[in-house]
Design a protein around this ligand. Structure first.
Ligand code: SF4
Length: 214
């Protein structure tokens, strides 16, 4: 009888993991059904000893096709906000709580669909191991899915964005909005204002990190 697929990715974490070993193992992950929907696993990327880790929800359409996180329109907005905050994206590790693109068809388009609790839990061992290996001094959750997954279901990004919260995950932990929510803003003025607020949140993290450097 064929072996049933694991209920979470924990069984796939290699012994003595490294980011490279993890990325390779995650390619074949079938711990939830999202592997059937996505083109490929989109694993985290960036500096292996990054001070700052950014955690989003899941790869989008562009990321699914490219196989890299935050490379689509939301990623470009994030890049600009990081640069304006004085942070070099090359120094950051970027990842998602869920590593496959979840979508539903609308006509010929693939429309983003929020991952559910079961999918988030199934994927969590990948993220936990990324955090354990990179050991970032700051983690920024981008959007409600990442924030509630890492900081608890009660966490409200609308009320607590830009505020450092106590967490065993890293010395500095904050949540802010996901850049894709800024792209969905109803008009240019709101988009500009929201981009400024995202930049301000990232700048706050950059300053806090700089203060703590020996
Ligand atoms: S979303 Fe995560 S747990 Fe689900 S198949 Fe993809 S890598 Fe595995």
């Amino acid at each position: 009888m064929p072996k049933p697929p694991p209920t979470d990715a924990g069984a796939l974490i290699p012994d003595r993991p490294t980011l490279e070993k993890l990325r390779t193992a995650a390619k074949d992950c079938q711990a939830c059904d999202l592997w059937r929907l996505g083109t490929q696993t989109v694993f985290g990327e960036g500096r292996s000893n990054a001070e700052l880790m950014l955690v989003g929800e899941q790869p989008g359409e562009a990321e699914d096709l490219a196989g890299h996180p935050f490379v689509g329109p939301a990623g470009k907005l994030l890049d600009r906000a990081l640069a304006d905050a004085g942070i070099d994206r090359a120094d950051v590790y970027v990842t998602n709580v869920v590593k496959h693109f979840k979508w539903e068809p609308r006509g010929k388009r693939r429309i983003h669909k929020k991952p559910n609790a079961r999918e988030i839990a199934a994927c969590r061992p990948w993220l936990d191991t990324e955090i354990a290996l990179v050991k970032p001094r700051a983690i920024v959750c981008l959007g409600a899915t990442a924030a509630q997954s890492l900081l608890g279901r009660q966490f409200k990004v609308t009320a607590e964005r830009g505020v450092f919260v106590k967490s065993p995950l890293a010395p500095l932990v904050m949540a802010t909005v996901h850049p894709s929510s800024i792209l969905r803003a109803p008009d240019d003025e709101t988009r500009r204002d929201e981009t400024k607020r995202l930049t301000a949140d990232l700048r706050k993290v950059a300053r806090a990190l700089a203060k703590r450097r020996p």
